[in-house]
Design a protein around this ligand. Sequence first.
Ligand SMILES: NC(=O)c1ccc[n+]([C@@H]2O[C@H](COP(=O)([O-])OP(=O)(O)OC[C@H]3O[C@@H](n4cnc5c(N)ncnc54)[C@H](OP(=O)(O)O)[C@@H]3O)[C@@H](O)[C@H]2O)c1
Length: 248
Amino acid sequence: MSAYGSLEGKRVVVLGGTSGLGLAAAKAAATDGANVVVASSRQASVDAALRELESLGSHASVDGHVVNLANEAEVRGFFESTGDFDHLIYTAGEAIRLGELASTDLAKARDYFDVRLWGALAAVKYAAPHIARGGSVVLTTGIAGQRPQRGWALGAMICNAIEGLTRAMAMELAPVRVNAVCPGVVRTPLWREMSDGERDAMFRNVGAALPVGRAGEAEDIAEAYMFLMRERYATGHVLVVDGGGLLV
Ligand SMILES: NC(=O)c1ccc[n+]([C@@H]2O[C@H](COP(=O)([O-])OP(=O)(O)OC[C@H]3O[C@@H](n4cnc5c(N)ncnc54)[C@H](OP(=O)(O)O)[C@@H]3O)[C@@H](O)[C@H]2O)c1
């Protein structure tokens, strides 16, 4: 077993690891000496992420795969071919969709759960037999679950479902630890469907209202995934990293 505080020689699988929070966590893990596997649905994003990870110059290995996490058979096939590993991080999710309930198409709303919730559930199911003793799962939620704004119903529902899944899996998969990271608003490609002007204004306004005075960066949140992988005693925990967003 490596010393506390190091992922040296560990194998870390990051689903959604080609962008934003997942890519930042993958880079932090690779820099710490972990062998990293990233996966997402588009070959172009896998290739770009591998170039970034390889440019870190870590002596550890980096590997990338195309998997549509909304497709259970693809998730099962991915874990059958990936083999055994130490830590699973799940950050996958499509571009954010906001809207008040009155204008929400309920049939389409169901699709929004496919990657973030059902994909996470499938990933935990098919990953579990391959996670080494001492390993862990780190899922992703968000402060929308506890502090939803108008138009955030679907996001709030998904976040609370993920937090429930985290606690249930901590019991069911023990001694494998299962935790979740809960970010506030973070500057990542997730917000790409907003115009540049709207997005800049949102980050500026969110930042100005926070105790820390700025919106989050993916690297801020990567530290939380790293902590939950490296420490050995937290399980069933939701780690909030939101610049104080829950307080304001
Ligand atoms: N950024 C924030 O402010 C924030 C705050 C709270 C919570 N979160 C949550 O954190 C998670 C990660 O967000 P992020 O900011 O890192 O977003 P991001 O930069 O857009 O990254 C999302 C990742 O998910 C992958 N993905 C999307 N659909 C997929 C599918 N069907 N199968 C496999 N991979 C898929 C994307 O790659 P491909 O396009 O190649 O598939 C990408 O790698 C999301 O669930 C988000 O809701 C984010």
